[in-house]
Write a protein that binds this ligand. Structure first.
Ligand code: ADA
Length: 596
């Protein structure tokens, strides 16, 4: 399963995940041995491969003819994709989807091979041994789609609330014509389609002067949003990408999406070529606005109080490839504790998680993939490009999720240097060029040193009073807020605590509340949450973290008992620690909105 709902009625799709693939590790003592392994999955969860780093080959077959689009929802860290022995694309970035279109396949069975690398190669700027485990393999779903010569790549819907209270939307459909598109690989010629199709002479006009195929064909997009139908003006479909924009579509009679009423509506688009539907896309939207006003972030005009958890995709049995049931279980615990938000630390999450949050009314801070990279790591020649690619892929794929209320970047990176600041500025700029309907922010820890607080919409800080720091939570947060306000160039903005927490090892109870006891963890969280929830000007807090997670070897594992970051309120198997009840008592009493 890759989504919680059907995504096409016209386009034929088939999931290639949810089955066993032939897997052959290329490195280590088992190099060259082939065995069946479930996709999606992580190599580290397979017996004997708990600490595998290196290349892995994944092979399967599929039946198809003509043009296909292969979509990979996530491969760690790097992937080379081969169809019938030819490399058709490569991709770096574990946590965002990518796709490749392959043209002109002969009818029959085709070989698909993915070479995945989870090493900490020097070329990978974002993957270093870290305070979480970066797992390896095809860790999210894979889909095969049969597409015509022109198809819909995405439809982005932005709900807007008009002054008279009516909902309108702006919609943007991206139609891709494979004819002449350099990104589509033709296996007939082994060349890109522009060269391939010219060689095949496929684009010559017929006797009536019409174009063969879809090159320069008259096309339109038909759109249904919450049952309302709209048809765009006709466009001349050109090779490559074609944007179709709908402005101010009025959508009467819909219920706003909120935490209390997470109402979702179908968005269905059809691509019409010469008047005939040739392709379609189905997604969902929720009618809600997110705005920043003074020190608040408003959801539908109401000031939010964030009561959240930071959550890694991590489980001892599944690695980062949690099945949907396990994700839903996590969210049920999060809701049971009275929380209303999840921060996807420290990378974009699986769409199944986002689909569930949309349905459950859980707000999401989604962030790009970068944790604790100091300026020297940001100076990696590929850093900016790789971060920007994650941002583009994340926003393009996740734009329509109403649960996402904010985009985050660069957790605890080098915001204290001029060079670091240029990266922050560029990435905020990119986000704002792709999405003006949500605020953006970054979690900082650089007290009295951060040079970037003028850049985000929300000033967000990670802090560990009573744990790494001896100050009280009130004192520490006040010190940070005062500094941001008076010296840090963040005056007047909303202030959010993006991490508080303390470590506690499951089962270690200790009457003297020693370090790593559940007792001390519960005591500290109680003080942190109570003090922060009473702090004027603080719009909320995220607990670090939901569950205990595995960390990378060797530096991090040496500093974390059990090779785990033990600040989870539940352990790695989701067994509640003492802190669970403490958090629940505090969060359940705190309203989801602050006083206006
Ligand atoms: C940081 C960081 C987290 C985690 C945490 C901790 O704030 O953002 O990823 O490492 O510290 O547990 O110390």
């Amino acid at each position: 399963m890759v989504r919680l709902f059907e995504t096409h009625k016209i386009r034929k799709t088939k999931e290639l995940s949810g089955r066993l693939w032939d897997v052959t590790p290329q490195d280590g003592e088992h190099a060259g041995e082939t065995f069946p392994m479930m996709v999606p999955g992580c190599i580290e969860t397979y017996p004997g491969f708990g600490n595998y780093r290196g290349w892995i080959s994944y092979e399967t077959t599929f039946e198809a003819e003509g043009n296909v689009r292969l979509e990979f929802k996530g491969v760690s860290h790097f992937a080379d994709v081969y169809v019938d022995g030819k490399c058709v694309t490569e991709h770096y970035g574990s946590y965002t989807p990518f796709a490749v279109c392959v043209r002109d396949l002969a009818p029959g069975t085709h070989d698909l091979k993915v070479m995945a690398d989870n090493s900490f190669d020097d070329a990978y700027a974002l993957d270093i041994p870290n305070d979480y485990m970066s797992y390896g393999g095809i860790s999210r779903g894979v889909v095969l789609e049969q597409i015509p010569d022109a198809y819909l790549s995405h439809v982005h819907v932005t709900p807007l609330r008009e002054e008279d209270g009516a909902w309108t939307v702006r919609a943007e459909a991206l139609c891709v014509s494979l004819s002449g598109n350099p990104d589509a690989v033709s296996l007939c010629t082994g060349e890109t389609s522009s060269e391939g199709s010219a060689a095949a002479g496929a684009e010559k006009p017929d006797s009536e002067g019409r174009e063969a195929g879809v090159r320069s064909a008259p096309a339109a997009v038909r759109l249904w949003i919450a049952g309302q139908e709209f048809v765009s003006e006709e466009i001349c479909l050109m090779p490559g990408e074609n944007r179709v924009i709908f402005e101010q579509l009025r959508i009467p009679g819909v219920t706003a999406w909120s935490m209390e009423t997470p109402a979702l509506y179908e968005v269905r688009a059809e691509l019409l070529v010469r008047g005939e539907p040739v392709d379609d896309l189905i997604d969902r939207t929720g009618f809600r606005t997110v705005t920043v006003f003074g020190r608040d972030v408003l959801l539908n005009g109401k000031p939010l109080r964030i009561k959240g958890f930071c959550r890694h995709e991590d489980h001892p049995q599944y690695g980062c490839a949690l099945p949907v049931q396990a994700i839903a279980h996590d969210l049920s615990l999060i809701k049971d504790m009275g929380a209303n938000s999840v921060r996807t630390t420290h990378y974009p999450n699986d769409e199944l998680f986002l689909d569930l949050c949309d349905e459950l009314g859980i707000l999401v801070w989604e962030e790009n993939h970068a944790r604790g990279l100091e300026t020297d790591k940001m100076e990696h020649p590929a850093f900016e490009e790789q971060c920007e690619q994650v941002i583009r892929e994340m926003i393009t794929a996740h734009y329509n999720h109403p649960s996402i209320y904010i985009w985050g970047i660069l957790n605890e990176c080098g915001s204290d240097t001029e060079y670091g600041r240029t990266c922050y500025a560029a990435q905020y700029g990119l986000i704002r060029s792709l999405d003006t309907s949500r605020p953006c922010s970054s979690a900082s820890c650089r007290f009295e040193q951060d040079l970037c607080q003028d850049l985000p919409d929300v000033c967000s800080w990670n802090m560990y009073p009573y744990w790494y720091d001896e100050r009280t939570a009130t004192q520490m947060a006040t010190d940070v807020m005062t500094w941001v306000e008076e010296k840090g160039n963040g005056a007047g903005k909303p202030f959010l605590v993006t991490e508080v927490g303390a470590g506690g090892i499951y089962g270690f109870r200790d009457p003297s509340h020693d370090i790593w006891s559940e007792d001390l963890q519960a005591e500290i969280l109680e003080k942190q949450l109570k003090e922060l929830s009473e702090l004027p000007g603080c719009m909320g807090m995220y607990i670090w973290q939901f569950c205990d997670v595995r960390v990378s070897r060797i530096w991090w594992a040496m500093r974390r008992p059990k090779s785990r970051n033990n600040k989870g309120v539940v352990d790695e198997y989701r067994r509640p620690k003492m802190a669970y009840r403490v958090v629940k008592e505090i969060f359940q009493k705190l309203p989801d909105y602050r006083q206006a």
